[in-house]
Design a binder for this molecule. Structure first.
Ligand SMILES: [Ca+2]
Ligand SMILES: [Zn+2]
Ligand SMILES: [Zn+2]
Length: 295
């Protein structure tokens, strides 16, 4: 799946992307009972991408004091335990089947551990967004409806509003891509579903969906609404949450039998950035919903 090792650092108004060639498979076998070599390579790349694991260079390995597994000694075990803790798995540091299964679940492309402070936010309270026209799943009108509903979930709990623009530049550009050149290529069906950029100028705040996914508006494939709400959380400045009930949980776990709702933590986090709704704003939302229901 990964032909490049990617490290993406997102800071307001600035994006730094580094791509390195994939290393040859390591000859050392870490103490991962039962896991195949392919799983071990996959796990290393996963931990590099999502948990900040940085393998030593070949030269550093040669200079290592012991002949043990250099990768293992340079933090792979710590990163694996960090991943296991994040997902509520026993933090054994062993690449168990259960751990590999979690790693292989479809998910968001952003890291689970990068933190950029807790006050990265847009300075304005009204943001514009634009849906780029190409590669949209069918039908486009459904996409527009779902995107509007996803923004509304956030604006109904925090003092931030969203306005759609058709042509002019917008703060947040939403696109569906196969190939694209932001340093974090998509990977075909499954794997990474989408990614977004933290608030900032230029590409900041933009949201990209993998056009190769089977996007849906119901219970089949990947529910676009669920993924959009998650990615819009990033576009507003929210990091990943380890709470499986939170929208900001990085793995796709939409349960079609339930209404999608923000968790208590999601609400508190977005209110921390943008403030709570005023009494008048709450009444405005209430009457708006009331008129839309037609009763
Ligand atoms: Ca994908
Ligand atoms: Zn995410
Ligand atoms: Zn992208």
């Amino acid at each position: 799946m990964f032909w490049l090792i990617r490290l993406t650092l997102l800071v307001p108004g600035q994006t730094l992307v580094m791509s390195l060639p994939l290393r040859n498979p390591d000859l050392h076998t870490p103490p991962h009972a039962g896991s195949s070599e392919a799983d071990q390579e996959f796990a290393k790349e996963y931990l590099q991408h999502f948990y900040g694991y940085q393998p030593k260079s070949e030269r550093q390995k040669r200079n290592a004091d012991t002949a043990g597994d250099a990768d293992w000694e340079t933090g792979l075990c710590d990163k694996l335990q960090g991943m296991q803790r994040f997902f509520g798995l026993p933090p054994s540091g062993e690449l168990t089947e259960e751990t590999v299964a979690v790693m292989k679940r479809p998910r968001c492309g952003l890291s689970d551990v990068e933190r950029f402070g807790n006050r990265i936010r847009w300075k304005r309270s009204t943001l514009s967004y634009r849906i780029a026209g190409s590669n949209l799943p069918k039908s486009a009108s459904n996409v527009h409806k779902v995107i509007r509903a996803a923004w509304k979930l956030w604006s109904s709990v925090a003092a931030v509003k969203f306005r759609k623009r058709s042509r002019k530049e917008a703060d947040i550009v939403i696109s569906f891509y196969n190939d694209h050149k932001d340093g974090a290529p998509f990977d075909g069906t499954g794997g990474i579903l989408a990614h977004a950029f933290m608030p900032g100028a230029g590409i900041g705040g933009d949201v990209h969906f993998d056009a190769d996914e089977d996007w849906s508006f119901n219970t089949t494939g990947f529910n676009l609404f669920a993924v959009a709400v998650h990615e819009f959380g990033h576009a507003l400045g929210l990091p990943h949450s380890s709470d499986p009930g939170a929208i900001m949980y990085p793995v796709y776990n939409f349960a079609p039998t339930y209404d999608l709702q923000l968790s208590f933590r999601d609400v508190k986090d977005v209110q921390h950035l943008y403030g709570e709704l005023s009494w008048i704003q709450k009444m405005g939302h209430y009457f708006n919903d009331w008129f839309q229901r037609g009763c």
